[in-house]
Design a protein around this ligand. Structure first.
Ligand code: F0G
Length: 462
């Protein structure tokens, strides 16, 4: 990388509080993984050197966030911290009605409880897995309509998070059109490679939703990262700030649900934003019954303070630029080592193409899972498989019958936690695997629960 690059992509902070990370021996890692039934979700976090399992709730807070947290008002109702949080969310989104929730999926449950009736359809560029589950729990059906480029992992089109507009229009005009209860756009598209959604696509979705009188909502967990990628990739938005772009996206929709564990730069939190008064009243009643009073919604006053400060900090261009550059740099190091990732690089995660790196493993040997296990065995690195173990169809004997379309592994990058030195280490461990991929063996399933398999499945080397 050129020195000039470094001057403009330097992280705009220094580290004040640090946490030691564990280094186990190779023997200890082997024993830990066997004890965990070869499922990284069963590992203890203190057995992990670099934890890339999720970017959710795993970020570092700032001095200003911790100073604000010390001022947290823990009053049951009407706390000062609530008003600060509410005003920040209103200022960010423009939505008059704000409901705090303890995390994104609680917001999904409450929103879909009002928005979706049994038999209806939710259409998305891609529903995140909990979002999908909450659509189903509301008695509705989740339909994903990603754009064509999204399914070509090597295509470096700028907005592979876009929805397929023709398919959306066909659904709205077709026999199932009357069943569509919501169009929900996930920004950025976490389920399909951390790819951003263009403002042009969001605008076209808004127009279609207006024409067919269908509510349009955003799942805006990574609203700041999507705004940054729009500012870099969409001509009409080059001169706009990330804050202006984020606001323009919220302006297009009828409301949003946000997991603030990502771009809220905090360990916990979420929010529902709404324009409609009647919908707000219905969601508020559910919130009070299940999350907490509507001025805290399952969060402590100190959480609301960290979040209010976090949603402001996260839109600082210098922060977003350095985070995007750090992920892109890791993608380049991996490409140089012959490790393919879903192109182009997004921000919150890189998705390794394990199917390509380990062609000697068939889908029923779970190449993505095998690569994830090898990263732990070789380097104490934890990550998540997004391939046939997660998405494939199994028979009663836990044999894979329908493989997933791709064998991917997600390296999720916590915010402000790991330096480029840590990510270089990850690249080195992967480069060593790429030099001799044949040594990576496959796995077989020993036991699997019927639901949410990846969390509790146990495996063994095949
Ligand atoms: N929507 C998206 C796009 C998400 O990525 C997540 C969580 C949620 C909703 C649910 O939010 O966890 O606060 O309840 N994603 C995490 C991840 C878990 O690792 O990608 P939550």
């Amino acid at each position: 990388m050129q020195p000039a690059d470094r001057r403009t992509t330097l992280p705009p902070y220094r580290i004040k509080v640090v946490e030691p990370i564990p280094f186990l021996t190779a023997d200890e890692r082997r024993a830990a993984l066997a004890d965990a039934g070869y499922n990284p979700f069963n590992l203890r976090a203190d057995q992990i050197t670099i934890d890339l399992l999720s970017d959710s709730g795993t970020g570092a807070t700032s001095t200003l966030q911790e100073a604000a947290a010390a001022l947290g008002d823990e009053s049951y109702a009407g706390a000062r911290s609530w008003f600060r949080f509410r005003d920040e969310i209103r200022d960010l989104t423009g939505y008059p009605h704000v409901l705090p929730v303890h995390q994104g999926r609680a917001g999904e449950r409450i929103l879909f409880g009002d928005l979706l009736k049994p038999g209806q359809i939710s259409i998305s560029n891609t529903h995140f897995d909990t979002t999908h589950a909450n659509v189903v729990l509301a008695g509705a059906q989740a339909v994903n309509l990603p754009c064509a480029a999204a399914t070509d992992l090597d295509d470096d089109a700028p907005f592979k998070g876009d929805i397929d507009l023709d398919a959306l229009e066909r659904t709205l005009t077709g026999p199932d059109g009357h069943r569509v209860g919501v169009v929900l756009m996930t920004i950025t598209n976490n389920g399909l490679g951390a790819q951003p959604v263009s403002m042009a696509n969001l605008t076209a979705v808004r127009d279609l939703c207006r024409r067919f009188d269908v509510p349009f909502f955003l799942d805006a967990a990574r609203f700041a990262e999507n705004a940054w990628l729009v500012s870099q990739r969409e001509e009409a938005y080059r001169d706009k700030t990330p804050r202006e772009i984020a606001r323009a996206a919220f302006d297009l929709a009828d409301g949003c649900v946000i997991s603030l564990k990502k771009d809220g730069l905090s360990a916990i939190g979420g929010v529902i934003g709404l324009r409609d008064e009647a919908r707000y009243a219905a969601c508020e009643a559910n919130l009070i019954a299940t999350e907490g009073f509507s001025t805290y919604g399952g969060l402590a006053g100190h959480d609301l303070e960290r979040l209010a400060q976090g949603v402001r900090e996260v839109l600082e261009p210098a922060y977003l630029r350095s985070r995007a550059a750090s992920t892109a740099r890791l993608a380049r190091l991996l490409a140089d080592a012959g490790v393919a990732t879903v192109a182009p690089a997004g921000i919150h995660a890189l998705y390794l193409n394990a199917g390509r790196l380990l062609p000697h493993l068939a889908p029923h040997q779970f190449p993505g899972h095998a690569l994830g296990c090898q990263l732990f065995l070789d380097g104490g690195i934890r990550c998540a498989e997004l391939g046939s173990l997660y998405l494939g169809g199994l028979d009663d004997a836990h044999q894979l019958v329908t493989p997933a379309p791709f064998e991917l592994v997600r390296l999720a990058i916590p915010r402000r936690v790991y330096t480029d030195a840590h990510l270089e280490y990850v690249a080195e461990v992967l480069a060593d695997i790429a030099k001799d991929p044949q040594r990576v063996g496959g796995y077989r399933i020993v036991s699997a629960p019927p639901l949410l398999r990846h969390f509790k499945v146990r495996l063994a080397p095949a």
